[in-house]
Design a protein around this ligand. Sequence first.
Ligand code: MG
Length: 263
Amino acid sequence: MITIKSRREFDRMQVAGACVAEIHRTVRDAAVPGATLLELDALARKVLENRNCTPSFLGYHGFPAVLCLSVNDVVVHGIPDDYRLRSGDILAVDAGAIYEGFHGDAAFTMGIGEITPEARNLIDVTKRAMWAGIRLTQPGVRLGDIGATIEGIGLEAGYGVVRDYVGHGIGRQMHEEPQVPNYGTFGKGMKLRKGMAICIEPQFTAGGEETSVDADGWTVRTADGSLAAHWEHTLALTSDGTMVFTEGEEPLAVDLVDWSTIE
Ligand code: MG
């Protein structure tokens, strides 16, 4: 079911989104060579507590942590453990928060210490693809337009565009209708409308698009062992225009984005 959110509901999602943004800033600063994934998870937990939010992921179908931390060939859903980050790693940080029953959900990928130019490019292109999808998001646009745009950027760069995991609607549930694929056909798919909120979350790999899941039932890896990057934001189609809820302390109006800093 697609839910149409009221202004009051969007206000709650914005508080959850600002919490996610603070988690991102906190983890970005702390993710240095030698830090463990469990330490990062504990920092996220503190931010949630300070902001009277609860974690979206902890306990979700039994997920055991606050963050999904996905290192190198892990695409998504990595479980924080005592792994110590090393210079040259790439780390995807996915965080979700609930405020008064409403979710925010966002991810970024960063390099730890010195990373290769190839890894840097994978991270940057995946981020650019997310923002290209965000730029299109407004009432009347079709999901196929967003998916095809994201897919085109990945394929043009020679990357695998993961199809096994997709973006989603968000609100009272972390995962609502519609699915928001990172692939598609221009002019096809559902039209977005005012009151919807979606997460756009491309996952690109330096190799093929195929993935496999570890025996823990969560950790999703590239089937060929290549590096993967993941970026995600929560977006709301409000009566004041499209807003990114998970970028900072305040909603970011997509109309006001300086695209020269992103593309
Ligand atoms: Mg998501």
